[in-house]
Every structure is written in structure tokens, then in C-alpha cells.
Design a protein around this ligand. Structure first.
Ligand code: ASP
Length: 585
């Protein structure tokens, strides 16, 4: 037997027991006639003590250990003189009488401790060593727990977990596909699923009624902190449901997760229309941990000879409470922030509300105190507040997006985006379509199987851009954690939606014919949604990047630097696949 206890278990009540533990050597401290070793396993750290006087051979053996050696130690549990209150096992140590080196280790390239000296690249290259660190491992433990609780909740609600294939055809989420060549069908390719969307809809046609799957999805997109080329969805679909049924079911799932994992009682989730989210927060995933809602100021500030505002298509402001004390330098930095090319504002106008209620602005020469007081009233600003104003010459939405960035930055600066505080909501009534400048056509905002709101169906013929969809997102702290829709289950309506998206009947038939055919055999009304598990876990863990809750993530070039993937393959393999690689450099 390698061990009869772990490195996380022993307490004062175990004193005098003889135990055997196994694990990795984290630290060695040599103090004259005593040597102390921190032994680590998944469960914790236990101090091993070696006393020259008591057992010389074992003491000398201990002095030859190196970091990350794998060892087995037997000894008696004793109370420690100097206790370590930071460790659950910190009251005891093991007086070791027998030590076996199970495996030696070369010196690791970085320290395996919470505060490591290893940079990102190094830690990714030796991810298996990085994963030995408790701070990394605990994110994966959390992930396991969340996935487990999702399964428990959905099972209790009668959902069946069904696996869908990974080698499929192009699926309709609108990103680029990863493709896999077929040896048996030269010149033909599978695509990896961007989501199991069509397959879960077919399961509804098949009468499965309630489906879910915790499933890998693949999208070949440019990477950001909250994106990986392969990521995990909690993918769900239900039959005979309306939007309300879905929202209730999955609000329940989120409530369950918050309760059992974080001990938080989630209040009833507020709902915000997409139109309001854009108007008041400039984003379809508003961070509602704090207020600072936008106030539109076209009526207040236009027409006083300040040409920047007079010519603007949008003027909007936010009120930063208590920030009137911002210095000139801080205001200049904010102006630089909004002028960065990623945001692209031409400038920033500010107005301070002084202690006596008067308003001092950066554009005082155009505005009388009277008008500035109207501004103050519109913004509901109080003495001590700072009003920040952004405009855009050509487009309302562009102006709002800029103001959104500024609002989030102010939220950061004023400490209003606390990781331990959660604010969840549903954003509903998304538009069906959005205009793509690149493609010069309307594109599905969610995906082409999303149902329009019944009352907006007539608009499909007259003004498709104004049609709202039965689509919804769950947003937590400014992160879209999940989204879905009620689907179209009527072949004729589906045909029409495809037409508006610019598919000819032949193209639609070729791409999605099997789904439309399936619908001819009796499709129930159905709908669903998918959560991004990685995002959900990283929110619960308070992480900046989803990478830290994925065991073996890719870097932002989409590479796995540990495996060296993607890599080149042998000519023989290429020949077999009948693929010619002709790299121009
Ligand atoms: N398939 C969708 C997505 O991946 C989710 C859904 O509509 O259920 O975003």
C-alpha cells in the first residue's frame, strides 16, 4: 500500500497515529540537526520532520531529496511547536521513520507554488507542472463541481444527455469551421461542430423532449481572453416550450449553481430588452454591477454653437458619482483612453458639479450656467459628481459603444466591478438580423433557425431589419454566459428567413435540406440555449481569462505549446489524404 492517508487530512486529533503518505517534495528546509520537508499532493501539504538524533539514516536520506521528488514517508503524527495557521494541517507534522524515493525529478523550470516565478509561456509549455499548483488545480476542481451540478439539476428536470458527433458538416454559428480531411472520400472534408445546433433540433423532431450535452465546440476565430478555438458548451434543447418556459428552467439552473457552489441566493433575474441594453449601457451584455446608465443629451446640448455637438448624431453622458475630484491629469488620461484607436472617440467633454452646485465644464465658453444646470438635472448629478460626455458624428450605435468603454473603465477606476459581487440578467428581444458591411447583406444575429416574435412576422416582408427575435442571452457581470432562442418549426417560415438571409431555395436546400425535410415529418415547437461552461467557471472563480479554468488551453495564436499542435504531418499521411501542401513563404 502506497499510503493510508493524504497530505490534506491530518489534524491534532490524529497525534500519535502512525501513518504513511506519498506525494511530491515542495520545499526542503535544512536547520542544523533538523530537516523539514513540505510534502504535497492534490489534497494539501503536510510537513515531514527528520531528526538527526532520532534517525540518522533517514535524516541523511532526506537531505539528499530534491524539489518535486516523488516520495513515500512513514512516521508518527506529532503536534508542531511552531504551528502554521495558513495550512489546514498546520498544527501537526510527521516524525518520519521510513522514507522511500519513488521517483527522482529534475529541477522544475519554475517554482510550483501559488506565487510562481514562471512566465505564461513557460507555464504553458510545462502545463502538467503548472497544474500541480494549488491555485490552478482549484479552478479545475470548481469546473468539475459545476459540470457535476449542471448534470444533477438537468437530470432532475428530466433532461437526457445525448452525445452528438464531432465529425459533421458545416454548422450555422457564423464563424469559420475547422475541417478534417476524409481519407476514404478524397477531396472531401468534415467540419467540426461550431455547436450541435442542428443535431439537437433533430433530437426534438425525434421526440427526445429534453436534451442536454456538455460538449466541445470548435470555432476558428481570432482569439481573445474569453475565447478559445475549442470550448465547452452546456447545450440544451426542449420541446413544447415558449420563451418563458426556457427562461424559467435555466434561471433555475443558474440559481442552483449559485446556491450550491457559491452559497448565494440569486434573486429573480431582471429582464432587459436588447434595445434598452444598447440605449442605457451601449452593450448587449451590460455589466449591471453598477449604475452609471447613459443619458442622451442631444436635446440638452445641441444648438449652442459648439460645432462638435451641433453636428453630432449622438451625444450621451454618464455621471460618475464622487469623481469631481479627478485631477487634470486623470481627465487627460481618460481623454487619451477614449481616443485610442480601439475606441476611436474624437474627444471627451467633462463637467464637474462643485460643492455649491455650480457646474464647471471643459466647454464653458459655449454654455451658460443655465444650460449646464439643465445638464446637471438631466444627469441627476449631485455636488461632487463628474459628468463625462461622448459624441459621434455619424452613428448613434457607434457613439453608444464608445460610451460603453468609458463607462466600464470608470467602473474599474472607481472599484465598482467587484469580482465577488454578481449581477445577472436576461437580455431579451434581440433583433433577428444585423447588417453586415463586409457581406453587404443582413445576417442572422443569433442563427438562422431562430424564430421571429410572432407579432413581428408581418415585418419580414416590409422591414426585416426591424424584426425582433425570440432570442435571449443570460448576462452575468458584463459577460454573456449563455444564449439561445425559440426555433422556427415551420418549413415555410424557415424558407422565408433563409431568403431574407440571401440563400436561394437551392442553396438553402443544399445546406440545411435535411433539417427542413425533417420538419416535414412533424416537428414540435421547440427552443433552447447554450451556456459557455468555460466562461461560467471563470466568473465563479473570479478569473480574467477562461484559459485558467481549462486544463490544456491554447495560446492566442491557437497553439498548444506543450503538444506542439498544430504541427506538420508526414508526406505519407498527406499522400494518403491526397492533399498537396504548397507553402509559399
Ligand atoms: N447554438 C447556439 C450557440 O451556440 C445556442 C442555441 O441557440 O441554443 O450559441
Amino acid at each position: 500500500m502506497y499510503r493510508n492517508t493524504t497530505c490534506g487530512e491530518l489534524r491534532l486529533s490524529d497525534v500519535n497515529k502512525t501513518v504513511t503518505l506519498a506525494g511530491w517534495v515542495q520545499r526542503i528546509r535544512k536547520m542544523g540537526g533538523m530537516t523539514f520537508v513540505d510534502l504535497r499532493d492534490r489534497y494539501g501539504i503536510t510537513q515531514l520532520a527528520f531528526n538527526q538524533e532520532v534517525n540518522k539514516d533517514v535524516f541523511e536520506q532526506a537531505n539528499r531529496l530534491g524539489r518535486e521528488f516523488v516520495v513515500q514517508a512513514t512516521g508518527v503524527v506529532e503536534e508542531r511547536y511552531s504551528k502554521n495557521s495558513n495550512l489546514p494541517t498546520g498544527d501537526i507534522e510527521i516524525n518520519v521513520t521510513e522514507l522511500h524515493v519513488l521517483n527522482e525529478a529534475v529541477t522544475p523550470p519554475f517554482t510550483i507554488e501559488d506565487e510562481s516565478d514562471g512566465g505564461d509561456d513557460l507555464r504553458m509549455k510545462y502545463r502538467y507542472l503548472d497544474l500541480r499548483r494549488q491555485c490552478v488545480r482549484k479552478n479545475l476542481e470548481l469546473r468539475h463541481k459545476m459540470a457535476f451540478e449542471v448534470r444533477r439539476y438537468l437530470d432532475e428536470q428530466g433532461f437526457l444527455e445525448v452525445e452528438t458527433p464531432v465529425l459533421v458538416n458545416s454548422t450555422p454559428e457564423g464563424a469559420r469551421d475547422f475541417v478534417v480531411p476524409s481519407r476514404m472520400n478524397p477531396g472531401q472534408f468534415y467540419a467540426l461542430p461550431q455547436s450541435p445546433q442542428i443535431l439537437k433540433q433533430l433530437l426534438m423532431v425525434a421526440g427526445f423532449d429534453r436534451y442536454f450535452q456538455i460538449v466541445k465546440c470548435f470555432r476558428d476565430e481570432d482569439l481573445r481572453a474569453d475565447r478559445q478555438p475549442e470550448f465547452t458548451q452546456i447545450d440544451c434543447e426542449m420541446s413544447f416550450v415558449e420563451q418563458e418556459d426556457i427562461l424559467n428552467m435555466f434561471e433555475g439552473m443558474s440559481r442552483h449553481l449559485f446556491k450550491v457552489i457559491k452559497g448565494i441566493d440569486l434573486p429573480k433575474l431582471p429582464r432587459m430588452t436588447w434595445a434598452d441594453a444598447m440605449k442605457y449601457y451601449g452593450s448587449d451584455k451590460p455589466d449591471t454591477r453598477f449604475g452609471m446608465r447613459f443619458v442622451e443629451l442631444m436635446d440638452v446640448l445641441k444648438g449652442y454653437g459648439f460645432s462638435v455637438f451641433d453636428n453630432a448624431a449622438y451625444i450621451g453622458g454618464i455621471c460618475a458619482q464622487g469623481a469631481a475630484s479627478y485631477t487634470r491629469k486623470q481627465l487627460d488620461q481618460l481623454t487619451e483612453f477614449v481616443k485610442r484607436p480601439q475606441i476611436g472617440a474624437k474627444g471627451l467633454v467633462y463637467a464637474r458639479v462643485e460643492a455649491d452646485g455650480t457646474v464647471k465644464s471643459s466647454v464653458d465658453k459655449f454654455y451658460t450656467q443655465d444650460v449646464l444646470q439643465q445638464l446637471k438635472a438631466a444627469m441627476q448629478a449631485e455636488p461632487g459628481d463628474l459628468i463625462l460626455i461622448i459624441c459621434d458624428d455619424d452613428d448613434e450605435m457607434k457613439g453608444r459603444k464608445k460610451l460603453c468603454e468609458l463607462r466600464l473603465e470608470m467602473g474599474n477606476q472607481l472599484g465598482l466591478r467587484d469580482r465577488n459581487k454578481y449581477s445577472c440578467l436576461w437580455v431579451i428581444d434581440f433583433p433577428m438580423y444585423e447588417w453586415s458591411d463586409e457581406e453587404q447583406r443582413l445576417m442572422a444575429m443569433h442563427h438562422p433557425f431562430t424564430s421571429p416574435k410572432p407579432e413581428d412576422i408581418p415585418l419580414l416582408d416590409t422591414n426585416p431589419a426591424a424584426v425582433r427575435a425570440n432570442a435571449y442571452d443570460m448576462v452575468i457581470n458584463g459577460v454573456e454566459v449563455g444564449g439561445g432562442s425559440i426555433r422556427i418549426h415551420d418549413a415555410k417560415l424557415q424558407q422565408k428567413v433563409f431568403e431574407i438571409l440571401g440563400f436561394t431555395p437551392e442553396q438553402a436546400q443544399r445546406k440545411f435540406g435535411f433539417l427542413m425535410n425533417a420538419f416535414k415529418f412533424g416537428a414540435p415547437p421547440h427552443g433552447g440555449l447554450a451556456y459557455g461552461l468555460d466562461r461560467f467557471v471563470s466568473l465563479f472563480a473570479g478569473l480574467d481569462s477562461i484559459r485558467d479554468c481549462i486544463a490544456f488551453p491554447k495560446n492566442n495564436q491557437g497553439r498548444d505549446v506543450m503538444l506542439g499542435a498544430p504541427g506538420i504531418i508526414d508526406q505519407e499521411q498527406l499522400d494518403e489524404l491526397q492533399i498537396k501542401v504548397d507553402l509559399k513563404d
